[in-house]
Design a protein around this ligand. Structure first.
Ligand SMILES: NC(=O)c1ccc[n+]([C@@H]2O[C@H](COP(=O)([O-])OP(=O)(O)OC[C@H]3O[C@@H](n4cnc5c(N)ncnc54)[C@H](OP(=O)(O)O)[C@@H]3O)[C@@H](O)[C@H]2O)c1
Length: 197
């Protein structure tokens, strides 16, 4: 698959590194950082044009600005939104981040994914806990979710189709709630019973 990545920070490096079996191209404002992730580097626009799927991995407040800079080159592309608009005190600062991104790129197919876990989890090869691969919920149009599911499997994780993009705001709020529990030293996973129960 031809994968574009917007941003060259922790998430870009962690996921881009795990997808090295694909053609990865990176766009970032710091070209030197982008080159550490892939030899293929371009502008936002060039990277989107050369890709089937683009991972948006910039800070949440900058996301719509970066998407706007890529402009029409995102038309028809799958845009993965992993951004988290969470502020001090585990407060959600933007309640509808994925929907805002979709409004900024109306001809792209936006999928919310990879926002629930810390970057160190995405660096794991593979992320498996207690013998169980990490489950990764995906919200977006079904055809796009199907494509991103294969990238989830590439990480050794299990994709979960979690519904349309209208459900992404629930995932975003869940992230803030979980971060609050984790930062307070609680085991968020222990809140949920296994499926048979
Ligand atoms: N870190 C985590 O554990 C984690 C987990 C899940 C989701 N996320 C989300 O993933 C996204 C990326 O996180 P990260 O940890 O990779 O962040 P990061 O390490 O701080 O990297 C952010 C990247 O975005 C670039 N950037 C910052 N402001 C920008 C702007 N105004 N315009 C264009 N590019 C800009 C940075 O460029 P410079 O290097 O030039 O500053 C850098 O390449 C965030 O939305 C975050 O909420 C993070």
């Amino acid at each position: 698959m031809r994968i574009g990545i917007f941003g060259a920070g922790g998430m870009a490096e962690a996921l881009g590194g795990r997808w090295s079996g694909h053609e990865v191209m990176v766009a970032a404002r710091d070209r030197a950082k982008a080159e550490k992730i892939s030899a293929r580097v371009g502008t936002w626009e060039e990277t989107a044009r050369a890709s089937d799927v683009i991972l948006l991995a910039v800070p949440a407040p900058s996301a719509t600005e970066v998407v706007a800079a890529a402009g029409e080159s995102l038309a028809g592309k799958i845009l993965i939104d992993c951004t988290n608009a969470v502020g001090p005190g585990a407060v959600l600062t933007i309640p509808d981040q994925a929907e805002r991104i979709a409004a900024a790129a109306p001809d792209a197919h936006v999928v919310k994914a990879f926002n629930l876990c810390h970057v160190d989890v995405w660096r794991m090869t593979p992320p498996v806990f207690g013998g169980r691969p990490l489950a990764v919920p995906l919200c977006g149009p079904p055809e796009a979710v199907e494509v991103v599911s294969s990238l989830v499997r590439d990480l050794g994780c299990t994709p979960l189709n979690a519904g349309g993009l209208d459900r992404a705001r629930l995932m975003e709020a869940t992230m803030a709630f979980m971060v609050g529990l984790w930062f307070d030293g609680h085991d968020a996973q222990a809140c949920f019973p296994p499926l048979p129960a």
